[in-house]
Design a protein around this ligand. Sequence first.
Ligand code: SAM
Length: 243
Amino acid sequence: TDFGFTQVDKDQKQDMVAEVFHSVAAKYDIMNDLMSFGIHRVWKRFTIDCSGVRAGQKVLDLAGGTGDLAAKFSKIVGPTGQVILADINHSMLNVGKEKLINKGIMGNLHYVQANAEALPFPDNHFDLITIAFGLRNVTDKSKALASMFRVLKPGGRLLVLEFSKPETEALSKIYDAYSFHILPQMGKLVANDADSYRYLAESIRMHPDQETLEGMMQEVGFEQTSYHNLTGGIVALHRGFKF
Ligand code: SAM
């Protein structure tokens, strides 16, 4: 299957993304560890360290999936704080919910099925919004960023953790070979689902690079924007504030 993003319309992309995540939900966590050699944990740890989040605050983990970030935030904000794990896909939400409840993480953590493009939350509500490996799956990224801006409190911050553009040509080549050849094979072997992992590689290639994404954030109103490359730019963490 060639998902050929450029040729499909918006509804089709949304349907494809839904299908991919329904299909991978049960195996999502193990595939994450395998495909990234566990490094996604380091990227997520860095995101938490950059969050500046404190006890009592309100956090939205958008496209939160199986809840790695939400679980950490739930501990940091404590009983007076609030964490919302929001995702458009109920299969991913269910896997996340079950996992976190089994780990005994509950109380201040809520699950909401929502589309990043039209967040069902009041204006000026959250101290922090994170979206990890989620934005590239969203059809209208600017609309989603504007929606995040709206629900952030003045003084609040957005962190976008996402695949980005490798810093060197050499790394780019190795990475392309890995993602277009080895990833789908691994997906086939472990999850019996090569297509979903081919989608993953394509969605990474189509995603805006560091500078472009920073520009998109500024366009919808984010200030003091910056980004930090991780693992040679394979991943970048973007930050922006609402004032
Ligand atoms: N944040 C988690 C992590 O880092 O492990 C999960 C990332 S997973 C690769 C991407 C998630 O984005 C999926 O759970 C998917 O359902 C969700 N997603 C895709 N499009 C979305 C949208 N428009 N609004 C909200 N979530 C979306």
